[in-house]
Design a protein around this ligand. Structure first.
Ligand code: DAH
Length: 353
Protein backbone atom coordinates (compact mmCIF):
# COMPACT_ATOMS: atom_id res chain seq x y z
CA UNK A 1 0.00 0.00 0.00
CA UNK A 2 2.79 2.36 0.99
CA UNK A 3 4.65 1.56 -2.19
CA UNK A 4 1.56 2.07 -4.25
CA UNK A 5 1.21 5.51 -2.76
CA UNK A 6 4.86 6.31 -3.44
CA UNK A 7 4.57 5.12 -7.02
CA UNK A 8 1.36 7.08 -7.46
CA UNK A 9 3.06 10.23 -6.18
CA UNK A 10 6.04 9.78 -8.51
CA UNK A 11 3.85 9.10 -11.51
CA UNK A 12 1.67 12.11 -10.74
CA UNK A 13 4.57 14.51 -10.31
CA UNK A 14 6.22 13.21 -13.49
CA UNK A 15 2.94 13.67 -15.33
CA UNK A 16 2.63 17.21 -14.04
CA UNK A 17 6.04 18.03 -15.52
CA UNK A 18 4.64 17.24 -18.96
CA UNK A 19 1.59 19.48 -18.62
CA UNK A 20 1.76 22.41 -21.04
CA UNK A 21 -1.53 24.24 -20.76
CA UNK A 22 -4.72 24.77 -18.77
CA UNK A 23 -6.55 21.90 -20.46
CA UNK A 24 -3.76 19.49 -19.63
CA UNK A 25 -3.72 20.78 -16.07
CA UNK A 26 -7.44 20.11 -15.68
CA UNK A 27 -7.08 16.57 -17.06
CA UNK A 28 -4.20 15.99 -14.66
CA UNK A 29 -6.27 17.19 -11.72
CA UNK A 30 -9.15 14.84 -12.58
CA UNK A 31 -6.73 11.92 -12.97
CA UNK A 32 -4.77 12.40 -9.75
CA UNK A 33 -6.95 14.40 -7.39
CA UNK A 34 -10.45 13.67 -8.74
CA UNK A 35 -13.13 11.54 -7.07
CA UNK A 36 -12.03 8.31 -8.77
CA UNK A 37 -8.26 8.96 -8.67
CA UNK A 38 -6.30 6.02 -7.06
CA UNK A 39 -5.21 8.30 -4.22
CA UNK A 40 -8.76 9.27 -3.37
CA UNK A 41 -9.84 5.66 -3.48
CA UNK A 42 -7.12 4.88 -0.93
CA UNK A 43 -8.96 7.16 1.47
CA UNK A 44 -12.20 5.27 0.77
CA UNK A 45 -10.49 1.97 1.45
CA UNK A 46 -8.87 3.04 4.73
CA UNK A 47 -11.78 1.59 6.72
CA UNK A 48 -11.18 -1.89 5.29
CA UNK A 49 -7.52 -2.03 6.30
CA UNK A 50 -6.24 -3.87 9.39
CA UNK A 51 -6.47 -1.55 12.34
CA UNK A 52 -2.66 -1.39 12.84
CA UNK A 53 -1.96 -0.21 9.31
CA UNK A 54 -4.58 2.52 9.20
CA UNK A 55 -2.68 5.43 10.86
CA UNK A 56 0.44 4.84 8.81
CA UNK A 57 -1.31 4.58 5.46
CA UNK A 58 -3.66 7.43 6.35
CA UNK A 59 -0.81 9.73 7.20
CA UNK A 60 1.11 8.81 4.05
CA UNK A 61 -1.96 9.30 1.90
CA UNK A 62 -2.44 12.76 3.39
CA UNK A 63 1.18 13.62 2.72
CA UNK A 64 0.83 12.55 -0.91
CA UNK A 65 -2.36 14.53 -1.24
CA UNK A 66 -0.74 17.68 0.14
CA UNK A 67 2.27 17.20 -2.09
CA UNK A 68 0.08 16.84 -5.18
CA UNK A 69 -2.08 19.80 -4.27
CA UNK A 70 0.97 21.97 -3.69
CA UNK A 71 2.53 20.90 -6.96
CA UNK A 72 -0.76 21.56 -8.72
CA UNK A 73 -0.93 25.12 -7.33
CA UNK A 74 2.69 25.80 -8.33
CA UNK A 75 2.05 24.51 -11.82
CA UNK A 76 -1.13 26.59 -12.19
CA UNK A 77 0.79 29.70 -11.16
CA UNK A 78 3.66 29.02 -13.53
CA UNK A 79 1.24 28.43 -16.43
CA UNK A 80 -0.41 31.75 -15.62
CA UNK A 81 2.91 33.55 -15.57
CA UNK A 82 3.92 31.96 -18.86
CA UNK A 83 0.65 33.03 -20.50
CA UNK A 84 1.16 36.56 -19.23
CA UNK A 85 4.70 36.66 -20.60
CA UNK A 86 3.43 35.40 -23.96
CA UNK A 87 0.73 38.04 -24.20
CA UNK A 88 3.17 40.75 -23.16
CA UNK A 89 5.44 39.60 -25.96
CA UNK A 90 2.86 39.23 -28.69
CA UNK A 91 0.36 41.98 -27.80
CA UNK A 92 2.72 44.82 -27.25
CA UNK A 93 0.79 47.99 -26.54
CA UNK A 94 2.34 51.32 -27.28
CA UNK A 95 0.28 53.85 -25.36
CA UNK A 96 2.15 56.73 -26.95
CA UNK A 97 0.83 55.85 -30.43
CA UNK A 98 -1.91 58.25 -31.52
CA UNK A 99 -5.36 56.66 -31.83
CA UNK A 100 -7.32 55.88 -34.96
CA UNK A 101 -9.90 58.61 -35.38
CA UNK A 102 -13.57 57.67 -35.55
CA UNK A 103 -15.54 59.22 -38.41
CA UNK A 104 -17.83 61.70 -36.67
CA UNK A 105 -21.45 62.04 -37.72
CA UNK A 106 -22.95 65.47 -37.96
CA UNK A 107 -26.27 67.19 -38.07
CA UNK A 108 -27.72 68.25 -41.41
CA UNK A 109 -27.31 72.01 -41.98
CA UNK A 110 -31.08 72.53 -42.21
CA UNK A 111 -31.59 70.71 -38.92
CA UNK A 112 -28.90 72.87 -37.34
CA UNK A 113 -30.79 75.97 -38.48
CA UNK A 114 -34.13 74.55 -37.31
CA UNK A 115 -32.68 73.86 -33.87
CA UNK A 116 -31.21 77.36 -33.67
CA UNK A 117 -34.58 78.81 -34.66
CA UNK A 118 -36.44 76.69 -32.10
CA UNK A 119 -33.94 77.73 -29.43
CA UNK A 120 -34.22 81.42 -30.26
CA UNK A 121 -38.00 81.34 -30.16
CA UNK A 122 -37.95 79.23 -26.99
CA UNK A 123 -35.94 82.00 -25.32
CA UNK A 124 -38.74 84.34 -26.34
CA UNK A 125 -41.44 82.17 -24.75
CA UNK A 126 -42.60 80.09 -27.73
CA UNK A 127 -43.22 76.35 -27.38
CA UNK A 128 -42.54 73.85 -30.18
CA UNK A 129 -45.76 72.31 -31.52
CA UNK A 130 -45.42 69.28 -33.80
CA UNK A 131 -48.17 68.97 -36.35
CA UNK A 132 -48.82 66.27 -38.93
CA UNK A 133 -47.20 66.13 -42.38
CA UNK A 134 -50.11 64.40 -44.08
CA UNK A 135 -53.12 66.68 -44.14
CA UNK A 136 -56.50 67.03 -45.76
CA UNK A 137 -57.37 69.70 -48.30
CA UNK A 138 -59.70 71.12 -45.67
CA UNK A 139 -56.94 71.85 -43.18
CA UNK A 140 -54.23 72.67 -45.70
CA UNK A 141 -56.42 75.16 -47.59
CA UNK A 142 -60.10 75.57 -46.78
CA UNK A 143 -59.89 76.33 -43.07
CA UNK A 144 -57.05 78.74 -43.83
CA UNK A 145 -59.41 80.77 -45.95
CA UNK A 146 -58.42 79.35 -49.35
CA UNK A 147 -61.82 78.42 -50.80
CA UNK A 148 -62.00 75.57 -53.32
CA UNK A 149 -61.11 77.51 -56.43
CA UNK A 150 -59.04 80.26 -54.85
CA UNK A 151 -56.21 81.42 -57.17
CA UNK A 152 -53.69 81.46 -54.29
CA UNK A 153 -53.76 77.65 -54.39
CA UNK A 154 -51.96 77.86 -57.67
CA UNK A 155 -48.76 78.93 -55.92
CA UNK A 156 -48.88 75.70 -53.97
CA UNK A 157 -49.33 72.94 -56.54
CA UNK A 158 -49.76 69.89 -54.38
CA UNK A 159 -49.21 66.18 -53.95
CA UNK A 160 -52.52 64.43 -53.39
CA UNK A 161 -52.58 60.89 -52.12
CA UNK A 162 -54.67 58.50 -54.16
CA UNK A 163 -57.25 57.44 -51.64
CA UNK A 164 -59.98 56.91 -54.20
CA UNK A 165 -61.53 60.27 -53.48
CA UNK A 166 -62.17 62.90 -56.10
CA UNK A 167 -61.07 66.51 -55.68
CA UNK A 168 -63.66 68.49 -53.80
CA UNK A 169 -64.22 65.51 -51.52
CA UNK A 170 -61.50 66.72 -49.20
CA UNK A 171 -58.59 64.72 -50.62
CA UNK A 172 -55.64 63.65 -48.45
CA UNK A 173 -52.40 65.42 -49.32
CA UNK A 174 -48.89 66.15 -48.17
CA UNK A 175 -49.04 69.56 -46.51
CA UNK A 176 -47.77 72.36 -48.73
CA UNK A 177 -46.94 74.59 -45.75
CA UNK A 178 -46.91 74.33 -41.96
CA UNK A 179 -49.88 76.70 -41.66
CA UNK A 180 -52.53 73.94 -41.24
CA UNK A 181 -50.84 73.29 -37.89
CA UNK A 182 -52.29 76.67 -36.80
CA UNK A 183 -55.81 75.23 -37.01
CA UNK A 184 -54.77 71.95 -35.33
CA UNK A 185 -53.11 73.84 -32.47
CA UNK A 186 -55.93 76.35 -31.98
CA UNK A 187 -58.53 73.58 -31.91
CA UNK A 188 -56.48 71.59 -29.41
CA UNK A 189 -55.93 74.57 -27.12
CA UNK A 190 -59.54 75.72 -27.43
CA UNK A 191 -60.82 72.25 -26.52
CA UNK A 192 -59.22 72.72 -23.09
CA UNK A 193 -61.68 75.49 -22.29
CA UNK A 194 -64.08 76.31 -25.15
CA UNK A 195 -65.64 79.27 -23.30
CA UNK A 196 -62.28 80.91 -22.54
CA UNK A 197 -59.63 79.42 -24.83
CA UNK A 198 -56.12 79.94 -23.42
CA UNK A 199 -53.49 82.13 -25.12
CA UNK A 200 -51.12 80.46 -27.59
CA UNK A 201 -47.46 81.13 -28.35
CA UNK A 202 -45.94 78.37 -30.48
CA UNK A 203 -43.59 77.60 -33.37
CA UNK A 204 -44.37 74.71 -35.72
CA UNK A 205 -41.38 73.21 -37.56
CA UNK A 206 -41.47 70.49 -40.19
CA UNK A 207 -41.46 69.10 -43.69
CA UNK A 208 -43.64 70.36 -46.51
CA UNK A 209 -43.87 69.41 -50.19
CA UNK A 210 -45.10 71.02 -53.38
CA UNK A 211 -45.33 69.68 -56.88
CA UNK A 212 -42.76 72.13 -58.16
CA UNK A 213 -40.17 72.31 -60.82
CA UNK A 214 -36.84 71.86 -59.04
CA UNK A 215 -34.43 74.73 -59.65
CA UNK A 216 -31.54 76.32 -57.80
CA UNK A 217 -34.08 78.34 -55.79
CA UNK A 218 -37.00 75.93 -55.31
CA UNK A 219 -37.32 72.33 -54.21
CA UNK A 220 -40.33 70.03 -54.08
CA UNK A 221 -39.49 69.10 -50.47
CA UNK A 222 -38.45 71.61 -47.83
CA UNK A 223 -38.90 72.61 -44.21
CA UNK A 224 -40.84 75.49 -42.79
CA UNK A 225 -41.01 77.11 -39.41
CA UNK A 226 -44.44 78.55 -38.66
CA UNK A 227 -45.16 80.79 -35.70
CA UNK A 228 -48.47 81.59 -34.04
CA UNK A 229 -49.44 83.86 -31.16
CA UNK A 230 -53.11 84.22 -30.19
CA UNK A 231 -54.55 86.09 -27.23
CA UNK A 232 -56.38 89.24 -26.20
CA UNK A 233 -55.05 92.64 -27.27
CA UNK A 234 -52.32 91.29 -29.56
CA UNK A 235 -51.50 93.95 -32.16
CA UNK A 236 -49.47 94.40 -35.31
CA UNK A 237 -46.99 96.24 -33.04
CA UNK A 238 -46.43 92.97 -31.16
CA UNK A 239 -45.78 91.22 -34.46
CA UNK A 240 -43.23 93.81 -35.57
CA UNK A 241 -41.54 93.99 -32.19
CA UNK A 242 -41.32 90.22 -31.74
CA UNK A 243 -40.04 89.51 -35.25
CA UNK A 244 -37.51 92.37 -35.16
CA UNK A 245 -36.28 91.08 -31.81
CA UNK A 246 -36.04 87.60 -33.30
CA UNK A 247 -33.95 88.94 -36.21
CA UNK A 248 -31.54 90.66 -33.84
CA UNK A 249 -31.19 87.56 -31.67
CA UNK A 250 -30.73 85.29 -34.67
CA UNK A 251 -28.66 87.38 -37.10
CA UNK A 252 -26.92 89.78 -34.71
CA UNK A 253 -27.88 92.79 -32.61
CA UNK A 254 -26.97 95.29 -35.31
CA UNK A 255 -29.21 93.87 -38.04
CA UNK A 256 -31.95 96.13 -39.41
CA UNK A 257 -35.34 94.86 -40.58
CA UNK A 258 -38.12 96.19 -42.76
CA UNK A 259 -41.69 95.12 -43.41
CA UNK A 260 -43.34 95.23 -46.83
CA UNK A 261 -47.06 94.83 -47.46
CA UNK A 262 -48.01 91.47 -48.96
CA UNK A 263 -50.94 89.10 -49.24
CA UNK A 264 -51.81 85.74 -47.72
CA UNK A 265 -55.38 84.42 -47.51
CA UNK A 266 -55.00 83.50 -43.83
CA UNK A 267 -53.65 86.85 -42.57
CA UNK A 268 -55.00 90.39 -42.76
CA UNK A 269 -53.07 92.61 -42.99
CA UNK A 270 -50.11 90.65 -44.36
CA UNK A 271 -46.47 91.52 -44.71
CA UNK A 272 -43.07 90.16 -45.60
CA UNK A 273 -40.05 90.86 -43.45
CA UNK A 274 -36.62 91.60 -44.91
CA UNK A 275 -33.35 91.75 -43.00
CA UNK A 276 -30.48 93.96 -44.02
CA UNK A 277 -28.15 91.95 -46.24
CA UNK A 278 -25.46 90.60 -43.95
CA UNK A 279 -23.14 89.89 -46.84
CA UNK A 280 -22.77 93.51 -47.99
CA UNK A 281 -24.23 95.29 -44.98
CA UNK A 282 -26.92 96.94 -47.08
CA UNK A 283 -24.83 98.49 -49.83
CA UNK A 284 -25.96 95.96 -52.46
CA UNK A 285 -24.31 92.78 -53.71
CA UNK A 286 -25.02 89.65 -55.74
CA UNK A 287 -26.59 87.78 -52.78
CA UNK A 288 -29.24 90.49 -52.17
CA UNK A 289 -29.52 91.21 -55.90
CA UNK A 290 -28.23 94.77 -55.33
CA UNK A 291 -31.20 95.65 -53.12
CA UNK A 292 -29.40 95.60 -49.76
CA UNK A 293 -32.24 93.49 -48.27
CA UNK A 294 -32.97 89.77 -47.93
CA UNK A 295 -36.51 88.46 -47.65
CA UNK A 296 -36.78 85.95 -44.82
CA UNK A 297 -40.43 85.43 -43.91
CA UNK A 298 -44.12 86.06 -44.51
CA UNK A 299 -46.33 87.21 -41.67
CA UNK A 300 -49.53 88.98 -40.70
CA UNK A 301 -52.41 89.27 -38.27
CA UNK A 302 -54.38 86.02 -38.15
CA UNK A 303 -57.48 86.42 -40.34
CA UNK A 304 -60.77 86.51 -38.36
CA UNK A 305 -62.09 83.56 -40.40
CA UNK A 306 -59.02 81.51 -39.37
CA UNK A 307 -59.45 82.43 -35.69
CA UNK A 308 -63.10 81.41 -35.93
CA UNK A 309 -62.18 78.10 -37.61
CA UNK A 310 -59.73 77.45 -34.79
CA UNK A 311 -62.36 77.99 -32.10
CA UNK A 312 -61.23 81.48 -31.05
CA UNK A 313 -63.88 84.22 -31.17
CA UNK A 314 -62.42 86.96 -33.42
CA UNK A 315 -64.43 89.63 -31.56
CA UNK A 316 -62.39 88.89 -28.46
CA UNK A 317 -59.11 87.41 -29.68
CA UNK A 318 -56.46 88.57 -32.10
CA UNK A 319 -53.15 87.06 -33.09
CA UNK A 320 -50.24 87.10 -35.46
CA UNK A 321 -48.57 84.38 -37.51
CA UNK A 322 -45.42 84.01 -39.55
CA UNK A 323 -43.74 81.42 -41.74
CA UNK A 324 -40.15 81.03 -42.89
CA UNK A 325 -38.01 78.51 -44.79
CA UNK A 326 -35.05 77.11 -42.84
CA UNK A 327 -33.31 76.00 -46.05
CA UNK A 328 -33.52 79.55 -47.41
CA UNK A 329 -32.19 80.91 -44.14
CA UNK A 330 -29.37 78.36 -44.19
CA UNK A 331 -28.53 79.47 -47.74
CA UNK A 332 -28.31 83.06 -46.58
CA UNK A 333 -26.27 82.19 -43.51
CA UNK A 334 -23.69 80.15 -45.41
CA UNK A 335 -24.02 81.80 -48.84
CA UNK A 336 -25.14 78.56 -50.47
CA UNK A 337 -26.16 79.29 -54.04
CA UNK A 338 -28.23 76.20 -54.89
CA UNK A 339 -31.06 74.73 -52.79
CA UNK A 340 -30.66 71.32 -54.45
CA UNK A 341 -27.56 70.61 -52.34
CA UNK A 342 -29.76 70.00 -49.30
CA UNK A 343 -31.20 66.77 -50.69
CA UNK A 344 -28.36 65.70 -52.97
CA UNK A 345 -26.69 63.61 -50.22
CA UNK A 346 -23.26 64.73 -51.37
CA UNK A 347 -20.80 64.36 -48.49
CA UNK A 348 -18.53 67.01 -49.98
CA UNK A 349 -21.35 69.46 -49.29
CA UNK A 350 -22.60 68.04 -45.98
CA UNK A 351 -19.18 67.70 -44.38
CA UNK A 352 -18.66 71.45 -44.57
CA UNK A 353 -21.15 72.08 -41.76
N1 DAH B 1 -47.75 79.50 -45.44
C1 DAH B 1 -47.01 80.49 -46.20
C2 DAH B 1 -46.28 79.80 -47.36
O1 DAH B 1 -46.00 78.66 -47.27
C3 DAH B 1 -46.00 81.18 -45.32
C4 DAH B 1 -46.66 82.09 -44.34
C5 DAH B 1 -46.90 83.40 -44.67
C6 DAH B 1 -47.04 81.60 -43.10
C7 DAH B 1 -47.54 84.25 -43.76
C8 DAH B 1 -47.68 82.45 -42.19
C9 DAH B 1 -47.92 83.79 -42.54
O2 DAH B 1 -48.08 82.03 -40.97
O3 DAH B 1 -48.53 84.59 -41.64
O4 DAH B 1 -45.99 80.43 -48.32
Amino acid sequence: MQEQLNANQQEALAGLEQVQDDDGLQRWKVAYLGRSAPLMQTFDKLGTLPKAERPLIGRRANEVKQALEGAYADKAESLRQAALQRSLQTERLDVTLSGRSMPRGRIHPTTQTLRDLNRTFAEMGFQVYRSREVESDEYNFQLLNFPLNHPAREMQDSYYLDTGRTPGENPIMFRTHTSPGQIRAMREYAAENPENPPPIRIVLPGMCARYEQITSRSEMQFNQLEGLAVGEYITFGDLKGTLSDFARRFFGQAVRTRFRASHFPFTEPSAEMDVECFVCGGTGCAVCKRSGWLEILGCGMVHPVVLQNGGYDPRRYTGYAFGMGPERITMLRHRIDDIRYFWANDLRFLEQF
